[in-house]
Structures are given as C-alpha cells and as structure tokens.
Design a binder for this molecule. Structure first.
Ligand code: ADP
Length: 742
C-alpha cells in the first residue's frame, strides 16, 4: 500500500496523536483510551505503561476501536511501549470470551494473564565464566587452580558464576578471580531466564498395546488435522491414558516446530513422578506452572511461553492463562476433578475454558478420566465430543473386586470405626505382608467438638463453621477460615472442666484406632495437615511405594495418580460421606472419589480388594460402585438431572450477595427478589441464606438461577442486576456453573 494516512495527519498537526484502547489488569470496566505519542508505533497485544490517576500501570493495547468522540486534549499519552512479545490475538480473544462467559470484567481476566507482571521488567544478567578457548595455561599452576580449570565449562556449555565455579571446584573465590585476571577464564552474560531445553518429540515412547495404539492413532490424526475437536480418553485407572496422550503431544510438537502444548493437572503438588515421566518421554523437563513455583521460576516460564520457546507446559488450571504464542493442543488430565473450578477471584471451570480456548483458536483438546464428569459424558452422547476407550488395565494388573460392608449388620465396636470384616481383611494383608489403605476424606481427629455438659458445639468466631479437633497439633481448627485455638480445658460456654468431646472420626482418629489394634504394624497418615510441604509428601509416597508402611490412613490427597504395587486393600471407612451433601454433584463426586481410591488397589500383579463401609448399602451410588457399573450409574444420574433440567441439561448460576451489614444485605436481597425476571425456561430460587451464612463476620445470601440450555444465563443475570442499584456495602458475585454450594 503506497499511501499512509497517519503521515498526512502528522503533517497537519505535529502534535497529532494516534489513539489506542488499553485494557488494564484491574476491575475497571473495559479499559481506557490513550494517545500514542508521535513517532511511536505499537500494535494490538503490546504491553504499555500508561498513567492512571496519580500512578502508572502496565496494560495491553486491545484490539477494540477507541472512542473517537473524546477530544485529543482529553487523552493522556502512553508512557512506554515494552518490547516484550505482544499477546497473541488468540490470547486476547480468549480473555474477552472468558469475561463474557463468567461475567467478570475483562480487566480481572487479563490480570490472570499478567500474573507474572514482573516478567516485563528488565532483569540484570549475571556474569558467568567459561574456559577461554586457546588461552595458554596460567603461569602459576596450583592444585586449586587446576581444580577450577577442570570444573570450568568449555565452549558451548552454559557458563557458571564465579561463586558457583568456586563451589564446584571446592576453592575460595580468590582462586577464581586470579584465573579471570590471568585470562584463563572469559566472562559472558548469563541469561536470568534461560530458555527451556526443547522437548524431543521423535524419541520413542513405550510400545503400546493394540488397544492403546488404536486410541493413540485416532488422537494423532486429530492433532494432524489441526482443527478444533474435543475428545475424551475414557479409560479405567492404570489403562495407559497418559501413555496415549503423550503420543498426541509428541505429534503436536512434531508437526509444527513452533507449536506449544499445555497439559493441565488438577493438583500439581504431588506430581513429581509424573513430571519425571514427561521428562523421560521427551528428554527435557516441561515448563511447570503452579502456585509452588517461585517468583523467579514463574517469570522464566511466563517469558518463555510468551516468546514461544517453552513448548510444553504442565500446570494447574491457571496455566491456561499463560501468554502462549502458538498454542496448538491442550490436554486436561482427570477432567472430572472439582479442583478445576476456581473458587477465588474469577470463578471459572478450567476444563470448560480449555475447550473454549481450543474452539476459539481452532485446535484439538483432549480430556482424560476414568470417571468422566456427567457434563463430559453428555457432550459425548450428544456428539459434541469424540471418545476413545481404554477398557482394561495395562499388563497383568486387574481391576479390584468391590465388597459392600453393611454397617447395620456388622457394626464396629462402640467408639471405633473399623468393622469386623475390614479388620479381618487388614489382618490378612498384614499376614501376607501386603499393604492396606484406610480411606476417609476427613482431615483431623474429629469433625465436631461438643461439650458433654451443656451441648455447646464449638464454632469459629462470627462464623457458622465447626471447629475440627486436630490431635496432631493439639488444636481446634476451622477448615473454612483457618482460625484455630489450642483445645480449651474448660467449655467456653458453661465452664465445665475437660468436658469437650470429639464426635465422629477424622483420619487421625482412625490412625489411632489402627495403631492400637495393630501395634506391630507401621501406620501412617496421608493428609494435608500432617504432611507439610511437597518434601514430606514425597518422602511418604516413597516409603509407601517401597513397602515401609503397612497401613496408610488417607484423605483424598492419596486418591489420585499414585501407584503402590503392594497395596491390595482399600477400605472406605465411611463410603456414605458426601452422599448427603445436598448439592447437585454429591453422588457423582462420591462415585468418582471412591472409584479413584479403589483404583489404587491391585495396580500390579497382585489382585486388589475394595471394601465400602456403608449404612446405606442399597444406595444407587454404593450399588453401582460394587457392580463396577459406571455407565449404569452415569445413565441413572443423567436421567435424574434431565428430569429436573439441571446441568448438563440446563444451566445454573449462583448470585451471591455478601456484606457485613446484615440489615442492608437483607434489604438488597429483598429488592432483587422483587425484580426477579420472569420468562419461560427460567427459574430463580432465593433469596436464601448460604449454607455458611456467616463467615468471619460476613453474611452471605444467595439466589440460584436455572435456565434451559438455549437461554443465555449471562444475559438474564446482566439484565436483572442492572435493575437494582446495589449499595456499596453489598458485594455481588456471580458464579456461572457453580460447583460449591457452601
Ligand atoms: P492411566 O493414566 O490410565 O492411569 P498410566 O498411563 O499411568 O495409566 O499407566 C499405568 C501404568 O502402566 C504406568 O505405570 C505405566 O507406566 C504403565 N503402562 C501403561 N501403558 C504401558 C505400555 N504400553 N508399556 C509399558 N508400561 C505401560
């Protein structure tokens, strides 16, 4: 194109400005317009520094059309344009889409993308040293100097700092300094955020079974077509789902040498063996992204994802919001996991957002699970998602048998929690030197603490939450607010001495019972309270794998992903727990968790047994678990949901009002109730106090909105919320597709 309109514009008025819309990572509407100073060029996606009130903030030039009606004089100029790679149009389209779907502002969604904002700051490189090529040996040679020269990197090896070099050679810094001075070592800059080693997709994976091969083949073909699709790998635990999707990942990396792949895991803290497996497969570690990664580590990942050199990212749900340059495949492992739902800040479901990301950018998405969510199964049934099956465990491993223990017929002794059949089964395991896992998804010693004298139930201050006794730490702890106190000697209500009594079991109490019953056995607890940090978890997993533990008492922290070859018994202490949750997914979640736990048994050659202690042995969830009839369970649950118009056959959203001023809150709820929209296919329940009405002094009231699938629930909510003027003391939060009903 020969003409260039801005030139004309500039000639007319030397101070003429070009205006751009800048989205800021703040909850402030849709961004602001700024002027680009003359001579400065910038394109959408570029990071810029702009004034906002008295301060300066970093934002992104957004591809929105600026408002041309605002006079030039009103526009403040962009202060700085960063030369970092711009956000790709795909990432920006994704931010827009997520904001539109979740009803959070685009600014707060962008904030998730810019979480490692310091990645934009220039970081001073460190000085590193290498052997100077061709330099003659130093005149004065000492054993210390020889040690440094032997330790110094040569030619293309990454340089080391003087300190690292001294440490490696076991000498003082002075020796290294002397060699630098003599010219034997040359200096060069060390990149503070070095690129990741590229994964090698051409390395051979494991030899696949015919069943695995067929699944891998199907997925690889999809990856090669390079267009949008979502496919479920539906395979029992231990069937090799991971092996299969690693093949798809290899193909994506191979067909396009610039392609990036994002692999999501529900919880990344306990996945070191998994990361090792990826490294073995591709000959290079993946870039990791999760909350335990240091600021420096995050900066490196963010930068290298943005410049496209980090090609394989393994992370928790927030890895979806990294600034990918060329994302071409997303794999969501354990797609049914509730952990994919974000409960703070922007409330999003990462699995669903992953599918949206694939659809927006036109690439395949792979979901994997042994117990797929009902949403996903319905999507498969209706033809929106494809499916590949891996119906059997790899190699000699077989799925365990499942027995129901009817607690009404064979109850535990008074004050105990293990029934005679389970005790017998553990005895057998101890005799055969095999391992048992006692599963109870309850942290601490006892879920409720009551005063025997006055009946007072211990709760957190200004909250409706129970305090849970933790013997391990000697404290009563609130699992919602984190509040804790040493267990009091006197009842705070009636003053009675030593009257506070634990009610019900937690893992610590079951472990106490096991240790008393089997004093010769090695009993350990696997729970987030007793293992502080990934190191403790890793060492416990190692002891379990190596057979140094006989009985593991565990919460669901142990339910996932681990292979314990000598574990042949899994007993659910309270299989009914969670069935009565009163929320939409209670039965589904119980089924999934118990199947996952059951999947830990008999992973190797030895057959496994699963025992479900239940007071409701006829409950459909317990029955289908015993019959290993996942499809029967799913069909029955889906039918129930279809009848009620619940997801996946209808849409749900929660509107939560919260605030410290109870009267004002109730008044607002009443006003909203008066303006409840009416339409066919729309139902709104509430206002009702949230199950945890009072938390840390804040009151919460909720409405639940249900619509038929064809109705935009977002439009309904937006229209309704504009009807009522919200007082500033009342906060409204919209949760589209809510998972938590507390
Ligand atoms: P899933 O992801 O379905 O639970 P994995 O991929 O973790 O299953 O496989 C379970 C176990 O079987 C792992 O230890 C894995 O290394 C092994 N395995 C699966 N497929 C193969 C294969 N084709 N060759 C060798 N080992 C395999």
């Amino acid at each position: 194109m020969a003409t260039h309109p801005p030139v004309l514009f500039e000639e007319m008025a030397p101070a003429a400005l070009k205006r751009v819309r800048v989205l800021l990572p703040l909850p402030v509407g849709d961004g602001y317009d700024y002027a680009l100073p003359q001579g400065v060029t910038a394109t959408p996606g570029q990071f810029v520094r702009v004034p906002l009130g008295p301060r300066e903030v970093i934002g992104v030039i957004w591809p929105d059309t600026p408002d041309e009606t605002v006079p030039d004089t009103k526009l403040r100029p962009v202060t700085d344009v960063f030369d970092a790679p711009p956000l790709s149009s795909d990432v920006m389209a994704f931010v827009d889409w997520v904001a539109g779907y979740t009803l959070f502002s685009r600014g707060v969604v962008l904030r998730m993308v810019m979480r490692s904002g310091q990645a934009l700051a220039s970081v001073k490189p460190q000085t590193g040293y290498r052997l100077a090529s061709g330099a003659p040996p130093p005149e004065k040679m000492t054993p210390q100097r020889a040690a440094v020269l032997a330790a110094a990197p040569t030619a293309d090896a990454p340089p080391l700092t003087a300190r690292a070099l001294a440490d490696t050679a076991g000498v003082s810094d002075g020796v290294v300094r002397g060699l630098i001075k003599s010219g034997a070592l040359t200096h060069l800059d060390i990149d503070p955020d070095p690129p990741f080693l590229p994964p090698d997709p051409t390395r051979a994976g494991r030899a696949l079974s015919p069943e695995q091969q067929a699944a891998a083949h199907f997925l690889k073909d999809l990856v090669k077509t390079g267009s949008y699709s979502t496919t479920l790998i539906d395979g029992v635990t231990g069937s090799g789902k991971t092996e299969v999707y690693l093949e798809a990942i290899a193909t994506a990396l191979e067909v396009d040498p610039t392609a990036q792949v994002c692999m999501l895991l529900p919880e990344i803290g306990l996945t070191l063996p998994f990361l090792k497996r990826i490294e073995d497969r591709f000959g290079a570690p993946a870039a990791h992204w999760h909350s335990d990664v240091s600021d420096k580590g995050r900066r490196r990942v963010w930068k290298r994802v943005a410049d496209g050199s980090a090609r394989l990212v393994v992370g928790a749900r927030s890895a979806l919001f990294l600034p990918y340059k060329n994302l071409q495949l997303i794999v969501v492992d354990e797609e049914h996991e509730g952990a994919y739902k974000q409960h703070d800040g922007v409330l999003y479901q990462a699995r669903d957002m992953a599918v949206a990301r694939g659809a927006l950018s036109g690439f395949p998405v792979i979901l994997a699970s042994a117990t797929p969510s009902l949403e996903t199964l319905a999507n498969v049934e209706e033809g929106r998602y494809g499916i590949v099956h891996l119906p059997s465990r790899f190699g000699p491993a077989r799925l365990p048998d499942t027995d129901i223990v009817d607690l009404r017929a064979t109850p535990p002794e008074r004050g105990e929690w293990l029934s005679p059949p389970v005790i017998q089964a553990v005895n057998d395991r101890l005799e055969r030197r095999e391992q048992s896992l006692l599963y109870l998804n309850r942290r601490g010693y006892a879920p409720v603490t009551l005063c025997r004298k006055c009946g007072e139930r211990m709760t957190a201050p200004k909250s409706d939450t129970w305090l849970v006794e933790h013997k391990y730490s000697g404290r009563l702890v609130c699992h919602h607010t984190g509040y804790s106190i040493p267990k009091p000697k006197y009842c705070p209500h009636c003053g009675a001495e030593d009257s506070l009594t634990p009610c019900g079991p937690g893992v610590e109490r079951v472990a106490e019972e096991a240790a008393a019953r089997w004093p010769q056995a090695r009993v350990e607890i696997f729970s987030s309270d007793t293992m502080l940090g990934a190191g403790a978890a890793k060492s416990l997993l190692k002891r379990m794998t190596e057979g140094e533990i006989d009985i593991l008492v565990a919460t669901q922290a142990a339910a996932k992903g681990h292979n314990f070859p000598n574990l042949t018994l899994v007993a659910a202490v309270d299989a009914d727990l969670g069935l009565a949750g009163g929320d939409l997914r209670a039965a589904e979640r119980t089924f999934q968790t118990l199947s996952q736990v059951a999947g830990r048994a008999g992973r190797a050659e030895k057959p496994g047994l699963v025992m479900l202690q239940s007071y409701q042995p006829d409950h459909p969830v317990i029955q289908s678990l015993a019959a290993q009839d996942r499809d029967g369970f799913a069909a029955a649950e889906l039918e129930g949901r279809a009848g009620l118009g619940f997801p996946p056959y209808g849409r749900l959203a929660a509107l939560i009002l919260s605030g410290d001023n109870e009267a004002r809150l109730n008044e607002t709820a009443r006003m909203l109730a008066e303006t409840v929209p009416q339409a066919p296919g729309l139902e709104i329940w509430g206002p009702a106090p949230a199950p945890l009405y009072r938390l840390r002094g804040t009151y919460r009231i909720r409405f639940l909105v249900k619509t038929e699938r064809g109705i935009s629930i977002q439009q309904v909510l937006k229209a309704w919320l504009t009807e009522v003027k919200m007082p500033s003391s009342v906060r409204t939060t919209v949760d589209i597709d809510p998972y938590s009903f507390t």
